[in-house]
Design a protein around this ligand. Structure first.
Ligand SMILES: Nc1ncnc2c1ncn2[C@@H]1O[C@H](COP(=O)(O)OP(=O)(O)OP(=O)(O)O)[C@@H](O)[C@H]1O
Ligand SMILES: [Mg+2]
Length: 209
């Protein structure tokens, strides 16, 4: 049983997109639970759209808030091979509980100074979580990268100085990601962008290695 939390204190970095891709790919390997821990319920909306498609398999999706992510989440996760938590933006109660339940936190991050500042905030939250969950692993994923700039390279340098485990895969800003989510799918299922597919599969291989 592995519990992944896709988390950040920053909004709009690609948490939900990453969590939905991860959970759907995991569902191909075994029974998978997707916990929507965001009051905005984006993952639950995606699951609703997905029910009107023929795409399968699907993770079983449930919404939990704040403390329930740990109490109820722990209970539910015991019946699944894989669990993915899509944590809401900001330094929420849900984020703190998700980091207590998770074995591994995947931290999507953009390549800007604001993202760098958010990472510093998040690391403080992680430090507290580790006093209760000492084995919590952290993996940073650069997302929504603009390959025409050097922003990602400077962010890598910053993350390197923090001695963080940064995934080799970088997920670029690509229309296919936005479109797939809007159709209750993942990029492999809509099949329009081989580069997007390659990136997300390489991400998956790294986090499940
Ligand atoms: N790699 C990508 N390429 C293009 N668009 C993306 C990519 N990743 C995410 N998006 C789009 O960016 C927006 C924000 O992404 P997403 O909802 O996954 O972020 P989030 O961190 O979950 O946001 P929130 O903090 O609101 O929960 C969405 O419209 C999503 O479709
Ligand atoms: Mg989200």
């Amino acid at each position: 049983m592995t519990v992944f939390a896709v988390a950040s204190t920053k909004g709009g970095v690609g948490k939900t997109s990453t969590a939905l891709h991860l959970a759907t790919m995991l569902a191909k390997q075994g029974k998978t639970l997707l916990i929507d821990g965001d009051p905005q319920a984006s993952a639950a909306k995606w699951a609703g759209w997905r029910r009107d498609t023929a795409f399968e398999p699907s993770p079983v999706t449930t919404r939990l808030n704040g403390k329930e992510i740990l109490s109820e989440g722990q209970h539910l996760a015991a019946s699944y091979e894989h669990t993915v938590i899509d944590v809401g933006g900001r330094d929420s109660v849900g984020l703190r509980y998700a980091l207590l339940l998770a074995k591994r936190a995947i931290i999507p991050i953009g390549a800007s100074n604001l993202d760098a500042a958010a990472m510093t905030d998040l690391l403080e939250v992680v430090e507290v979580a580790r006093t209760y969950n000492p084995d919590l692993e952290l993996q940073v994923l650069l997302t929504r990268v603009d390959p025409r700039t050097k922003d990602a390279a400077s962010m890598m340098e910053f993350l390197g100085e923090l001695k963080l485990d940064v995934l080799k895969t970088q997920v670029c800003e690509r229309v296919a990601f936005r479109r797939a989510i809007g159709e209750g799918a993942i990029v492999q299922e809509i099949g329009t962008d081989p580069l997007a597919i390659r990136e997300i599969e390489s991400f998956f291989a790294e986090v499940t290695a």
